[in-house]
Design a protein around this ligand. Structure first.
Ligand code: GLY
Length: 376
């Protein structure tokens, strides 16, 4: 019933267990990691309201006690203030070096709690229990942890791999449709960057999966995690191949920054629009076929997702300002922008020499709505 994907990192290897009912079975899965029968859980209010009692029951079924810190929901929680609160709370709970911290929530909680575990007593182990689709397919796997700084998103952090990831497919049923589809932006990204057959599978199965088919959801999470696990095992600290996971993110982060990292544009929505723009740029540079960006957009559109820049409500800055925001991205190396571009669906690569005039042209056309009808 469960799938288990191994993240192969030598002595720091771990499994990503994916299946239904894992919150209720958390105790039996976590017990083998424990030196004493208690865990410290960091979560947020929305997840706590829906699932914290089920987790408490699941742990106590295996004789494991639990203390929980319930933080406010939302991106603002990934802050210095909440990091300090989390670390001080863990110390107040007398969490020892051999104990386990459980991150129970979406990407914000996973990143924050993982970073708190990384620096607490110079590093304690932690378990990721991702509750959003985005966290299940991306942020809970691979060991990137951290917080935002006033200078930018994810600028403070550490690589700290979890000891176990438990992705309960059932909790996805409590996400609202917009949050689910935002996470789906990261699922599509995997097909686009490295697995054309997976993208074709998503074209065929995406609508049923979004409508609630649990077996299809589990398969989509499994295939996404398997791809990420392979990339992380080959390039844990992003010296090369791992940068492919940033497909869509350079455009996406600029759009997120321009819209204030809030409700106007969720992260996965920015990634989806960014993927469409990355394919548009690839086509204009003659790297992929002219019709390929249209196929990418057609799938996003069929899923009812934000697809084009014009789907973002409210005013946006002009192409110059968006280009300046892209240049602030942390993927800039030696002052040069790096773009993840594609030769085809499922065949992405990192490009360093991209004419900014062409990027500017793509942004101008995106802002004017010229791409919407099919693009160049
Ligand atoms: N979310 C991108 C990565 O983990 O590398």
């Amino acid at each position: 019933m469960d799938d288990v994907v191994d993240v192969d990192l030598g002595a720091r290897s771990y499994g990503v267990r994916i299946g239904p009912g894992l919150v209720g079975r958390a105790g039996q899965e976590i017990a083998p990691l424990l030196k004493r029968p208690q865990v410290a859980v960091i979560t947020e209010e929305t997840v706590a309201g829906l699932h914290l009692e089920a987790l408490r029951d699941g742990l106590s079924a295996a004789g494991i006690g639990m203390q929980a810190l319930v933080l406010p929901p939302g991106e603002k929680t990934k802050s210095w203030a909440h990091l300090e609160q989390s670390v001080e709370w863990l110390l107040a709970q007398k969490v020892e070096r051999g104990d386990i911290v459980v991150a129970f929530g979406g990407g914000v909680i996973g990143d924050l709690a993982g970073f708190a575990a990384a620096i607490l007593r110079r590093g304690v182990r932690f378990v990721q229990m991702p509750t959003s689709l985005l966290a299940q397919v991306d942020s809970s796997v691979g060991g990137k942890t951290g917080i935002n700084s006033p200078a930018g998103k994810n600028l403070v952090g550490a690589f700290h791999q979890p000891s176990l990831v438990l992705a309960d497919i059932d909790v996805l049923g409590t996400l609202d449709a917009r949050d689910f589809l935002s996470g789906y932006g990261e699922v599509v990204k995997y097909g686009l960057l490295g697995d054309a057959a997976f993208f074709a599978w998503l074209e065929a199965n995406g609508p049923a999966l979004a409508a609630g088919d649990r077996a299809l959801r589990q398969e989509a999470v499994r295939r996404s995690v398997a791809m990420k696990a392979g990339i992380v095992a080959r390039d844990e600290t992003e010296q090369g191949e791992r940068a492919l996971l940033n497909l869509g993110h350079t455009f996406g982060h600029a759009l997120e920054a321009a819209t204030g990292y809030g409700d106007r544009l969720l992260h996965g929505e920015g990634v989806a629009i960014g993927c469409a723009l990355a394919f548009e740029l690839s086509a204009r540079l003659g790297l992929c076929a002219q019709e390929t960006p249209g196929r990418v957009r057609a799938h996003l559109r069929a899923m009812g997702m934000k697809t084009d820049v014009s789907d973002i409500p409210g005013e946006l800055p002009d192409a110059d300002a968006l280009l300046a925001l892209m240049a602030q991205d942390k993927k800039v190396v030696d002052g040069r922008m790096r773009y993840v571009l594609a030769r085809d669906i499922g065949d992405a690569f990192v490009a360093e020499e991209v004419a900014s005039a062409t990027v500017h042209e793509v942004l101008e056309d995106a802002l004017s709505g010229a791409l919407k009808g099919g693009g160049a």
